[in-house]
Design a protein around this ligand. Structure first.
Ligand code: PGA
Length: 252
């Protein structure tokens, strides 16, 4: 009942020619959008060119946005600007933005609300550090992140969001959470959503796993009950690898 979603996160990789070659290479081969949602979250400078060339079954997302509609925020992009260029998704609160660009639970909350208001689907990232995982407090920390991200967000708005559970220790490290670990935390997140809203609402919100997902581990991760897709960095850069990942989601 939850349509699988595979989102590539290109981070700060590729140049214009690589970006265009990628979209041409995957356009015709990505599965039907009614079966799998295939999304590429690209650096903002590529968004316009990618949206212009996106095929029927692929959608483009940004990697960050500002929470204000407009204003004196040099270097920033608003949700309305993204929407006006045909961008459909935006990653919010990625751990790299939390670590290097002062993203906080409060700005994540404001951005989530701004995205939904502008009809952009936010992919809201949460996840714990290795220290927290080892201390055994993952569920508590992730619960707080979700509660703060969804502050003043009603059920109808929450249904327009996607969550990505990304343990920080698994991002770009080659060290993936086991499918069972990832599923357990995702179930804990769903339980938080059920408390904030209702079980029915929680059962409809898609929760992705992210952190060193690749063509080898994608099947076992997606076979888990509550993992609805993946947010993929490194393995989304190569068209062949990205296509293997989106096709793996067809088995879900
Ligand atoms: P990775 O990145 O797949 O390269 O670990 C995931 C992410 O940061 O979203």
């Amino acid at each position: 009942m939850r349509k699988p979603l595979i989102a590539g996160n290109w981070k700060m990789y590729k140049t214009k020619d690589d970006a265009l070659a990628f979209i041409y290479a995957v356009n015709l081969e990505v599965p039907d959008k009614d079966l799998v949602e295939s999304v590429i979250c690209a650096p903002s400078i590529f968004l316009r060119d990618l949206v212009k060339r996106e095929g029927e079954n692929i959608r483009i997302g940004a990697q960050n946005m500002h929470y204000a509609n407009e204003g004196a925020y040099t270097g920033e992009t608003s949700a309305a600007m993204l929407k006006s260029y045909g961008v459909d998704y935006c990653i919010i609160g990625h751990s790299e933005r939390r670590a290097y660009f002062n993203e906080t639970d409060e700005t994540v909350n404001l951005k989530l609300i701004a995205a939904v208001n502008a009809d952009i689907i936010p992919i809201v990232c949460v996840g714990e550090s290795l220290e927290i995982r080892e201390a055994g407090t993952t569920d508590h920390v992730v619960k707080k992140q979700i509660e703060k991200a969804y502050l003043n967000v009603d059920a109808e708005e929450a249904l327009k969001t996607v969550i990505a559970y990304e343990p920080i220790w698994a991002i770009g490290t080659g060290r993936t959470a086991t499918p069972e670990q990832a599923n357990e935390t995702i179930i804990a997140i769903r339980n938080v959503l059920a408390t904030l809203y209702t079980k029915e609402v929680a059962d409809k919100i898609r929760i992705l796993y992210g952190g060193s997902v690749n063509v080898k581990n994608v099947d076992s991760l997606l076979s888990m009950s509550d993992i609805d897709g993946a947010l993929v960095g490194g393995a989304s850069l190569d068209p062949k690898s990205y296509l293997t990942l989106v096709k793996a989601a067809l088995k879900k």
